[in-house]
Design a protein around this ligand. Structure first.
Ligand code: NAP
Length: 338
């Protein structure tokens, strides 16, 4: 009997916030791998903010999603059939695959996953791209050193929660912002942040940041942009570093609606502050060091990891929309199959 492959497609490009009508669903027969290809049964799918940019028809560091085709993202799956050297039925692999139950991939675009003790989904989060982003952004771009005063926004998320814990483990003073009281309590009570605040309910983000950093910020790990970035800019210490990781506050804005700013840039001149953007895929040489450090800290109980797991491929659109509005608590994953 032919097996069915359920898929989630990009129906149309969103203008502003993503809504249900951006997505479509279809079913196709599961195909056969050709020469050099692998048929993968997808188990876990990563849902990430950068996908919002790929929904637009603009040139970026990754090509846009095609309308009428499955969306794509990081996937961990199991090889069902292989005609590619190095892969056999039953192997666990990861790659950039479709939002679908089964994918056919070029073997060269996959990499093996060594299952080990940790859950497979961790390879899409703390052991994968978001974890490495935290490590590279803080230590390579941010040049973080023991004793530094560190600010991280979206601090309870996949990247932010790891940034804060790395900084804490390295002997830094750590402050984080997040969008709910539950998230703030987790940062303070479980992750050991020195200060955490709810950016939605404080009277003034600027005042909250200023109070938390009487001597200024040495490293600002920027995940959000907008008011958070402005507050950081005004409060940077001399020779501070701003690692521009993401600006999720602006991801839904149409180009003509993009707010001007940030204000306060002249302050960075007088204080000799360096502000630098980065894309983690340009820093993959740091992956082995992070993998080793991450596993050691997890084993020693020095790195806590939290996931929001949506159950079933059909939930992927809702998981993505939730990520963009702060419904996730920790790394957003979709479980596609057991
Ligand atoms: N440069 C790179 O290579 C790279 C790699 C990975 C990720 N990133 C960036 O890193 C950032 C975090 O990504 P992630 O995967 O860890 O996602 P995440 O933090 O797990 O999830 C996104 C979070 O952003 C917050 N948020 C959404 N809209 C916001 C707004 N208008 N203002 C403030 N906060 C808002 C929400 O948390 P709250 O409840 O706290 O609002 C939401 O939970 C994103 O900007 C992403 O694009 C960059």
């Amino acid at each position: 009997m032919t097996q069915t492959n359920h898929r989630v497609l990009l129906k149309q490009r969103p203008l502003g916030p993503v809504t249900d009508d951006v997505f479509d669903f279809d079913e196709q027969p599961v195909g056969e791998p050709g020469d050099g290809e692998v048929l993968v049964r997808n188990l876990f799918l990563s849902v990430d903010p950068y996908m919002r940019g790929r929904m637009n028809d603009v040139k970026s560091y990754v090509p846009p999603f095609a309308v009428g085709e499955p969306l794509q993202g990081g996937v961990v799956g199991e090889v069902v059939a292989s005609r590619a050297e190095g892969y056999a039925e039953g192997d666990t692999v990861m790659g950039m695959l479709g939002w679908e139950q089964y994918s056919i991939a070029d073997g060269r675009a996959l990499r093996p996953v060594v299952a080990g003790d940790l859950p497979l989904s961790y390879h899409l989060g703390i052991l994968g791209m978001p974890g490495l982003t935290a490590w590279v952004g803080l230590n390579v771009i941010g040049a973080c050193k023991p004793g530094d005063a560190v600010l991280v926004s979206a601090a309870s998320g996949a990247v932010g929660s790891v940034v804060g814990q790395i900084a804490r483990n390295q002997g830094c003073y750590v402050v984080g912002s997040a969008g709910s009281d539950d998230k703030v309590a987790w940062l303070r009570d479980s992750l050991g942040f020195d200060v955490a605040f709810n950016y939605k309910t404080v009277d003034s983000i600027h005042a909250a940041v200023h109070k938390a950093f009487p001597k200024g910020i040495d490293v600002n790990f920027e995940n959000v942009g907008g008011d958070m970035l402005e507050a950081a800019i005004w409060n940077m210490a001399p020779f501070g570093r701003i690692a521009l990781c993401g600006m999720i506050a602006n991801y839904n804005a149409r180009p003509e609606e993009m707010p001007p700013g940030p204000r306060g840039l002249p302050a960075l001149i007088g204080r000799s502050v360096r502000m630098e953007g980065f894309i983690v895929s340009n820093h993959l040489e740091h992956a082995p060091a992070w993998d080793q450090q991450c596993r050691e800290w997890i084993a020693a109980g020095k790195l806590e990891y939290r996931e929001s797991v949506a159950d079933g491929l059909a939930q992927a659109p809702a998981a993505f929309m939730g990520l963009m509005t702060g419904q996730n608590f920790g790394k957003q994953i979709v479980k596609i199959a057991d």
